[in-house]
Design a protein around this ligand. Structure first.
Ligand code: GAR
Length: 213
């Protein structure tokens, strides 16, 4: 059984998708938020999952907060740390502690549109497709070996909310899939690239096409 700790900052819909997927061999050991008012905490409690709220505002700085966060995470002896809408910049020391066993989901087709306001910037740039990326976390923001991506169209008349909703639907598909692959020990990272052990041709490949828009 692999222990998973999920970090959130807000509504927690990706966390919920992972919990609902019921991944064999995985146990969601805890959900931790840096915001005590994160909606996802009560969702997690509803599933009987242990939750921790660690308010980053109560700490002197990033190093102090990340050290306290790591201490909380390590109580649950995680095999995998999953960032699911966790909206804090991580210190290098924190990233290195969990490197190779920490995944993030970002709402763009990386390496395009790192950082914030991805949907607004995609619309402003006039791109015709957008999407989402699951990747291993490395010290550089929103980079790191790519595990899975899904693509959606950007439609005429889309605003930020419409595009975000279309992308989020795909996030709920690919993040549980990526976590499942990790738990099955099928992700091989070599030279900054991820391949999937025993991949079938077609939709089970590491680039997951959308089922619908
Ligand atoms: C998701 O769209 C996720 O990709 C994004 O925040 C949202 C969280 O939603 N993450 C980032 O922007 C990280 N840079 P959720 O709380 O409902 O899962």
């Amino acid at each position: 059984m692999k222990n998973i700790v999920i970090l959130i900052s807000g509504r927690g819909s990706n966390m919920e998708a992972i919990v609902r997927a019921g991944i064999p061999g995985a146990r969601i050991a805890a959900v931790i938020s840096n915001r005590p008012d994160a909606g996802g905490l009560s969702i997690a409690r509803g599933f009987g999952i242990e939750t921790v709220a660690l308010d980053h505002k109560l700490f002197a700085g990033r190093d102090e907060f990340d050290a306290a966060l790591a201490a909380e995470i390590d109580r649950f002896a995680p095999d995998l740390v999953v960032l699911a809408g966790y909206m804090r910049i991580l210190t290098d020391g924190f990233v290195r502690r969990y490197m190779g066993r920490m995944l993030n989901i970002h709402p763009s087709l990386l390496p395009c549109f790192t950082g914030l306001h991805t949907h607004r910037r995609a619309i402003e740039a006039g791109v015709k497709v957008a999407g989402t990326t699951v990747h291993f976390v490395t010290p550089e923001l929103d980079s790191g070996p790519i595990v899975a991506q899904a693509v959606v169209p950007v439609l005429p008349g889309d605003d930020e909310e419409a595009l975000a909703a279309r992308v989020l639907k795909q996030e709920h598909r690919i993040y549980p899939q990526a976590v499942r692959w990790f738990v099955e020990e099928r992700l091989i990272v070599e030279n900054g690239r991820v391949t999937l052990r025993d991949a079938q041709s077609g939709p089970e490949g590491w680039c997951v096409p959308p089922v619908d828009a």
